[in-house]
Write a protein that binds this ligand. Sequence first.
Ligand code: ZN
Length: 231
Amino acid sequence: MVTSQDIPSWRDPGRGTMVRCALWLVAEVGVGEVFTKAELRDAFPETTQIDRRMRDLRDRGWNISTNRDDPTLASSEHRLVATGAEVWKPGQSKAKTPATSISAAQRREIFETDEYLCRVCGIAAGEVYEGGVETAQLDVARREVIKPGAKLVIEMITECRRCRIGGRGTRADLAGILGRLGQMSQIERDHFSQWMAMDRRDFSMMERLWGEYRTLPAASRKAVRDAVGPA
Ligand SMILES: [Zn+2]
């Protein structure tokens, strides 16, 4: 872990803003501690886009949470959960997986795995958006994914241009999804696993059964309830 003794001063104006922001976080905030947007802006009064420079650090492995990730935070607060790349050192300030580093073959592979669908809105390449004439163009986007153990990684995903520009779903909570799956019953998990196999949600079987169950006479409804067992 980086401590404030090992690092240059964040006040050094000869360094870039993102680097100075990283140094400020280590020296003035500390890992595990909370800071406010106002404190960050006050430290860099000459920089109008200091929030963006701080977000750039996330692409370099820095885990800085907001109240969306951590409900104990107020909307004006952030927490420095973990430091990432030591961006003040030579060669360390580049983002780990910039989109430009993806080869044509890798792009094809990502599209193929995602079945040539925008994973946010579900539109396919070349399909026309609802109510319009514009056709969808697919692109590869970076997605921050929270893994179990609160580890933040970047994974690539297929998105259409419209969703990309809209900035929907900038962070995925894999840890949260796995946690909720763990709370589901075996029947729910089996059902979910069918949807995943088809990559489509299919209510039809359950809905048909439900419709038929509701029209049964009372004694027969009870027979179905007994067969299913208690909820
Ligand atoms: Zn889309």
